[in-house]
Design a protein around this ligand. Structure first.
Ligand SMILES: Cc1ncc(COP(=O)(O)O)c(C=O)c1O
Length: 501
């Protein structure tokens, strides 16, 4: 059986190669020009490492690529041979050639676990994209919940679909956004993670293909791998301009994934926002391919630029409710410590999810559900989200400013919302910078955590969680880490970071 899960056509690969900073134009060390096959091989290798061509993507036949690039077939054959020798290409007679990463490529070794605050000390922990609670709203929400609790204390407390009052409040919010929704279309979950886990269990079997944005949120990728999914990465559009719909159509046609998991709003890690037209076309593509589209709206409320006209939710393009399942969460809009998320789907899907819950976590805590319901009952939620947006905007501006001053050769687009920025690390390995940074007192996740199979080696993710002098110091330490990596010097373990956050 072929080992590839998606394909890149000759015109597409030629376009991607031309969009690079033409390695062919750069002289080799010593002033010699690189042979044509070498610059082609380098170009393909870079596209794989940056995730613009997914791992396990079938490359075009030599003759087709030669014609698209206007080079000889021998050049393409030599480039493919070089890529094979370096571990970036696998081939099998009759199945063609598909991209790979070499076994020794530095892959992330740790998850995205946040450091316990008491253990952080002077370490600046940029591992976790979550903000402290927007007080006084957490305290008020819990007080509201305590006031309502006696009504529930007399019941069994077992609500696998969620408390009726919260299901109603969440349904009403969708209706207010222009998506008529009944409480029967909502299941409350233990965070968005719990929602995606439940959907995976119900809708996919081990070994089935699930297409994902590339890059995507690391913990969900791992959750899906653990569930036995075969992940099919689909690169975001060039310059992070939302989704690459032709690439999605091709993957849905060629790999026929059972499910696709996407983040349309202020995507984690890149902050990308899919356009309304892309949303409409994505739903059409999923519907015609019979692929279930799971849309994660965890970041949706964190619009940071007030002048932005937000596109309609993806489920607005699926009025029948047969193609799209939406996942939401209180974690980013309010506080991750609540561990409250939800699913919005057709009532029959919700019924199946609820029935299956008996074999997983049974339900979510009543007190926390009441707290969120009490916020939603008044203007507490809106007020809390406003505080949250102001905090995130201030932090975003601070980290952008600090990066521009201390790491001028790092490249990034400034996201218009969300909690994360995706920085290209000036040609250095993001994994090595993460390692060196840890020794210099700053913790960042490297790019490959957010890719499938080792892509994005030249990136790190930075969250909007620090401001002022801490953001500045974080960039200073990252610049120190980058210098260590660039010079190959070991970190001076005698130097202690004295900055206290
Ligand atoms: C896109 C996305 N989905 C899900 C999650 C996890 O959400 P929760 O805390 O609700 O489980 C995160 C957290 O960063 C996220 O960014």
């Amino acid at each position: 059986m072929a080992q590839w899960t998606s394909a890149v056509g000759a015109p597409q690969l030629a376009r991607l190669l031309r969009s690079q900073d033409a390695p062919a134009a750069q002289p080799a060390p010593g002033g010699r020009r690189l042979p044509a096959y070498r610059s082609l091989a380098d170009g393909v290798r870079l596209l794989v490492l940056e995730g613009r061509v997914p791992v396990a993507a079938r490359l075009p036949a030599e003759r087709e690529l030669a014609a698209a690039l206007g080079v000889s077939r021998t050049t393409v054959a030599a480039a493919y041979e070089a890529l094979r020798a370096e571990g970036f290409l696998d081939s099998r007679r009759g199945s063609g050639s598909w991209t790979a990463v070499p076994a020794g490529n530095p892959l992330p070794t740790r998850g995205l676990e946040p450091l316990p605050p008491e253990a952080a000390g002077s370490m600046i922990d940029l591992g976790c994209a979550a903000l402290p609670a927007p007080e006084p709203w957490l305290t008020r929400a819990v007080q509201g919940a305590m006031a309502d609790l006696p009504l529930y204390a007399h019941t069994h407390g077992d609500y696998p679909a969620g408390l009726p009052v919260l299901r109603q409040a969440l349904a009403d919010r969708y209706t207010a956004r222009g998506i008529p929704t009944m409480p029967e279309q909502i299941m409350v979950t233990t965070g968005a993670m719990g929602a995606v886990a439940a959907i995976c269990r119900l809708c996919t079997a081990p070994g089935e293909r699930v297409a994902v944005d590339s890059p995507s949120y690391a913990n969900i990728l791992q959750l899906m791998r653990d569930a036995g999914a075969r992940l099919v990465p689909v690169a975001l559009a060039e310059r992070l301009a939302g989704w690459d719909i032709p690439a999605w159509r091709q993957v849905m046609r060629d790999a026929a994934p059972r499910m696709a998991y996407v983040v349309a709003d202020f995507h984690n890690p890149t902050g990308t926002l899919a356009t309304e037209e892309q949303r409409r076309r994505m739903v059409d593509a999923a519907r015609s391919a019979g692929t279930l589209l799971v849309v994660d709206e965890t970041m949706t409320e964190l619009q940071l630029d007030p002048d932005l006209e937000p596109p309609r939710p993806v489920c607005a393009f699926d009025p029948a409710g047969s193609a799209v399942i939406t996942v939401g969460s209180a974690s980013k809009a309010f506080w991750a410590g609540m561990r409250i998320g939800w699913v919005r789907a057709a009532p029959d899907i919700i019924r199946s999810l609820v029935a299956a819950r008996a074999y997983s976590d049974l339900g979510s805590p009543v007190l926390e559900q009441l707290a969120i319901a009490s916020l939603l009952a008044g203007d507490g939620w809106e007020q809390a989200v406003r505080i949250r947006r102001d905090q995130a905007r201030e932090n975003r501006d601070a980290i952008v400013d600090a990066l521009q001053r201390h790491l001028p050769d790092w490249e990034f687009s400034v996201p218009r919302g969300g909690l994360t920025l995706w920085a290209r690390t000036g040609g250095l390995s993001g994994s090595r910078i993460a390692e060196a940074g840890e020794r210099l007192g700053v913790r960042v996740p490297s790019g490959p955590r957010f890719g499938v199979d080792g892509a994005f080696e030249g990136f790190v993710r930075l969250p909007f969680t620090v401001s002022g002098a801490v953001a500045d110091e974080a960039a200073v330490r990252l610049a120190g880490a980058a210098r260590l990596v660039a010079t190959g010097a070991p970190a001076d373990t005698g130097v202690r970071h004295t900055f206290v956050a």
